[in-house]
Design a binder for this molecule. Sequence first.
Ligand SMILES: Nc1ncnc2c1ncn2[C@@H]1O[C@H](COP(=O)(O)OP(=O)(O)O)[C@@H](O)[C@H]1O
Length: 206
Amino acid sequence: MRLILLGPPGAGKGTQAQHLVQAHGIVQLSTGDMLRAAVKAGTPVGLEAKEIMARGDLVPDAVVVAIVADRIGEPDAAKGFILDGFPRTVPQAEALDRMLAERGLALDAVVELKVDEQALLERVEKRVREMTARGEPLRADDNPEALKTRLAAYRAQTAPLSAYYETKGMLRTIDGMAPIGAVSAAIDAVLKTAAGESRSTPAAVR
Ligand SMILES: Nc1ncnc2c1ncn2[C@@H]1O[C@H](COP(=O)(O)OP(=O)(O)O)[C@@H](O)[C@H]1O
């Protein structure tokens, strides 16, 4: 199974990706995690991304597209993957379509978590308070200023992806304000339908 999780920062993509990893035995590919690892390791990509990420802006498309193209070719991604944080722009979505087509692969679903903005701010503030209380290091972009920039980037560059996938008939929208378990159940229900649809498609028209 190959799917995309869409939703603004704090929508619960990471939490739901964890559930999907457990339930479906597929890997979570988080471009945010990959970029943070590159920053930590001080690789050329990390050096390029560091300041951009700390501000809350988007890393250039070419950089993330190259990372994802490499990553989906790894053996552990062969059974399927959840893309978390990618694509984030229409050009990234187009690049993803091309790289999947080249490999003869297709997406099963695009799942969008809908949440209201006030709740997002509260969720991110809560995450920061909890991490601070546990003595865990904060992310460089876990501050009010960078969060504002991340939300603005989401609205301007990522929100248009809903229409992009809606037009392709792939978008499934889920209420991300429901309790965690209810959101997971709703995602599972959507994926069952998506799997049923692809099974019922005759091989000849695939
Ligand atoms: N697909 C992407 N395109 C461009 N930049 C990205 C992408 N994925 C991650 N990033 C960079 O990494 C940062 C953190 O991403 P992520 O961990 O997904 O954060 P969140 O979902 O909490 O906003 C983003 O603000 C951006 O700078």
